[in-house]
Design a protein around this ligand. Structure first.
Ligand code: KG4
Ligand code: ZN
Length: 336
């Protein structure tokens, strides 16, 4: 089955052609980093407008690279949410129009389910597994029992981990998106230069909180000149901040496995592209005899191949209703 995936939930316009949920024939991603970098974050109005300008070109390019014609597509899968409504609507309306014109089925995919299943573009991980979804909008722990069977174990009570990376980069005037920039700076810094707070919350809790850490970074940045002659560099702040985030994420991931008695983990979402996080998770998993899986870097951050993949598995299991394009709109967004 040939699936055309379309993703426009935030600031990446993406289209992909995927065969049978695993074989990526093409994956095109156009980011809007130059548009948003001067603001240090995504401006929803600008994001929506930019999607409108490029979505048809991105889809055409994906079809061209895959050497598949529109008429050969069996199913269209589009991100239905969560995300920025003005961005989501561009992908959803384009997908509706295409499905209607071609008279083929359309399926709305939850963006988080796309991240959860991105690993299946590479290898079929055995169920059940624990998934840590860490992106700009979400930091969640799931028990994944099968396709469509997701039990939420914990989530952030305030900021997402990726958002914290973006805000810290903004505070240091380093640009957007902050994650890759902070990661690069951190390589040249001392992660023990400052001990930022780690919010582990109540004993046994699998929830997260990063707002206190963010505030603490802000305080240190404004006070660093006064720190008794010891001046923290941007690199030291980046490394110390990153190590606080990674310690909390990896500790809670291991705790989730132990609580659920599961020895397989998948780490996914934009922050899963962070090499230091991947290394730490690998070390902790080796210590505990867990298997760990990470999507390739290109499929950690937003992309349409993961949407095509999730659309494929949803349609195989016939949930939710395929061909519901008349009722599919951004207001039908539900959390996973
Ligand atoms: O999954 P994603 O592309 O979009 C959302 O669904 O939010 O994730 C984007 C987030 C941004 O906050 C970005 O700063 C972060 O992922 N990110 C990273 C890295 N690459 C992207 N965070 C830490 N280290 C990275 N290498
Ligand atoms: Zn995402």
């Amino acid at each position: 089955m040939l699936v055309l995936g379309i993703e426009s939930s935030c600031d990446d316009t993406a289209a992909a052609v995927v065969e049978n949920g695993t074989k990526i024939l093409s994956s095109v991603i156009l980011d809007q980093n130059t548009i948003h970098s001067i603001y240090g974050g995504v401006v929803p109005e600008l994001a929506g407008r930019s999607h409108v300008e490029v979505i048809d070109k991105v889809i055409k390019q994906a079809l061209k690279l895959s050497e598949v014609s529109l008429e050969e597509i069996d199913l269209i899968a589009v991100t239905k949410g969560p995300g920025l409504v003005s961005s989501l609507l561009v992908g959803i309306n384009t997908a509706k129009a295409l499905a209607y014109a071609l008279q083929i089925p359309l399926i709305g995919v939850n963006h988080l389910e796309g991240h959860l299943l991105a690993i299946f573009l590479q290898e079929p991980v055995k169920f059940p597994f624990i998934a840590l979804t860490v992106s700009g909008g979400h930091t969640d722990l799931y028990r994944v029992n099968g396709f469509g069977e997701y039990i939420i174990l914990g989530r952030t009570r305030d900021d997402a981990a990726g958002e914290a990376f973006d805000k810290v980069a903004k505070m240091l005037n380093l640009g957007y998106p902050g994650g890759p920039i902070i990661e690069k700076k951190a390589k040249f810094g001392n992660s023990s230069a400052h001990h930022f707070p780690r919010a582990f919350l109540e004993k046994g809790s699998l929830d997260f909180s990063f707002s206190g850490l963010k505030t603490s970074v802000r305080n240190i940045i404004s006070k660093r000149e006064e720190l008794s002659g010891f001046i923290l560099s941007d690199e030291d702040i980046a490394a110390s901040f990153q190590s606080a985030v990674i310690e909390v994420l990896s500790t809670k991931l291991v705790l989730a496995c132990k609580q659920q008695n599961i020895n397989r983990v998948v780490v996914t979402g934009g922050v899963a592209a962070n090499q230091a996080l991947r290394q730490k998770v690998k070390v902790e998993c080796d210590k505990n005899d867990f298997q760990c899986f990470f999507p390739n870097l290109r499929y950690c951050t937003d992309n349409a191949a993961m949407i095509a993949c999730a659309g494929y598995y949803n349609s195989c299991n016939s949930f939710p209703v395929v061909n519901s394009f008349l009722s599919l709109d951004a207001s039908s967004v539900k959390s996973l």
